[in-house]
Write a protein that binds this ligand. Sequence first.
Ligand code: ADP
Ligand code: ZN
Length: 732
Amino acid sequence: MKNNLYANILIEYPTKRIDKYFTYKIPDNLVNALKVGMKVKIPFGNKVINGFVMNINDTFNEEYELKEIIDITNKELILNKELMELGEYISNNTLCPKIMAYQAMLPDSLKIKDIKHDYNSYKSYISLNKSKEEIKEYLNNYKKINKQTEILYGLLNEEKLDKTNYSYSAIKSLINKDLIKEEKIQEYRINKSKNTNLTKYKLNEEQEYAFNEIKNSNKNEVFLLEGVTGSGKTEVYLNLIEDTLKNGMNAIILLPEISLTMQVVNRFYDWFGNDVAIFHSALSSGEKYDEYLKILRGEVRVVVGTRSAIFMPLNNIGIIIIDECHSDTYKQDNTPKYNAIDIAIKRSEYHNSPLVLGSATPLLEQKARAIKGVYKHLMLKKRATGGLLPNVCLVDMVSEIKKGNFIFSEELINSINDSLNNNMQVVLLLNRRGYSTTINCSSCGYTYKCPNCDITLTYHKTTNNLRCHYCGFTKHKDDNCPNCHENALNYLGLGTEKVEAELNKLFPSARVVRMDQDTTSKKGAHERIINAFKNHKFDILLGTQMISKGLDFPLVNLVGVINGDTTLNIPDFRSNERTFSLLYQASGRAGRNTLPSKVIIQTYNVDNNILNFVKANDFESFYNYEMNIRRILKYPPYYYLIGIIIISKDYKLALENATKVVNYLKNNVKDEIIILGPTTANLFKFNNNYRFQIVIKYKYNNDLFDKLKELDILYTNNSKVLIDIDNNPLHI
Ligand code: ADP
Ligand code: ZN
């Protein structure tokens, strides 16, 4: 008699987000292939759905007849033991169903139906079939120089050569002599080789110190590498990874964003070539699948990617590095709302390896942990090229406006002219895309608003339409006011399109390029703009916060911020921190070489503390100032936060339920946990949904998470009201 095997399967409901296990019988043809962590197809009602195999047993005690698993969704897609445990952690930490954690870790984009296994295309290579010594001896005795010796000399320098580049008959003769062999290697969509004339800088004293501290740690330890802009953090990362590979271990490095940091990614290809797998959302599904397979098959040793790359099934991890660790992009906005840094901490614990967080402006909680000694604090205080940090000045726009300068101050205009005359380059930041931020009617006061959201529409001149930057709603602009029909529409507020038009008027001979979401929607557009600017095809780069991120342009000696106040006015406890970070990072684009450089920040608040810390290039004082505010107002790092949003199309239902949730929590959790709200959320109406917000502040969670899980489950079955819980939100 044959023993039956059964699998407990966590199923993917087509609509519900809920954890349910069901037992299925494993058919004989799958008994050997099926493993825990695999995705399988199963019959469910009259549908076929997917599920994850959670465990496999040889007994099943119920009386009824079980259905059989239909098939394995894809043999190559499997969560290993580490990742299975990680899913559990994510579920507990972000208060989401386990199934959603697993779905995020093994995304549907890897399931790729349309690929039809054409990834199995192979390429032929030749390599030596004898030791190098034997080949050298052979060449010494073989007096002629011909196509065969050319191949052998080639293979003494490189491990393998592309067969198609060499004479067929020469290859055949060498194979017959047993000197070389031919092998077929799977050809992946992305293929990069090392740069053979790579310049590796000798690390300076600070870099060397940081490198040695991390290298010698050899255990699970978190480092905060706080290095001013241009201090050469990337160089430290590259050396650390090289060292890790030498020790036979592998590395993950996360970057906040790939399309803006191709400069950095290319450094990794230069150093490690095909040992690198890259993983981010802008890859095609075929590329994603290939890169995933390279990792799963153990064919690469370095994973470079954005947030989701932290889930790549890389084994034997010797180091994890998170660059620009202050970046919002490490936190996922939708469920599961995980933070890749938390995941990295877990993975580095599992692998007993160091984790490096690098930034010029770490988050307050990151720096606080470093100061407390929870993280090891390493500093790079000098720029690696020997250049100085730029001179920053604040320009008072209140007095400029009196002079009739609405967009550009006299000082900024003069400085732009200076840069252009010296054949240098300028970077200008305006954190708002579009032409004008609002249009209103001076006759009746009408303002264009999004019909779905509680937000004014932005005018885009290039396309002559109005757009909602939240839900994407688009509307053609009218000539006259749609309300009173007067010809009295005014364009208020400033967007990048308008500044671009102004620049073209003021500096007619300057070559201006604009970089914002509207000019970079096509694949590769960021990289094209960045490369063109780097190669001095343009004189002025104007853009949104995109341009503040990690770009290295040696000819830039002026950075101008058109309106330094935009981010200050956002009602969020992190808006000071974001403003400091944005302006400090933007300033850091200036003075990348040894020439003096300048930053001009235009503002309506010249006395603002935050702007003055930027002016002084003083992260330390900003930190102390802001920590004091956080302490007084009970915000992180002094308290942990949870944000809850209650969402409904029905205003009354939303408010009622928000009040219910607050009352429930107040009655059921410890008194020292602070529960605030309900209040209207920042984005009160979004896509025709009303949103009420509750904020929880706590030091010790006790049974708070259990109560929140109960709430979550309660609302999962409610089709009219949604609950959205965010543990450690980056925005409130
Ligand atoms: P960060 O990431 O800290 O802002 P980068 O890694 O972009 O800084 O380095 C800034 C510049 O300094 C780059 O052009 C880099 O090539 C150069 N650089 C880095 N390390 C050294 C070094 N040891 N000697 C000389 N130049 C260096
Ligand atoms: Zn909208």
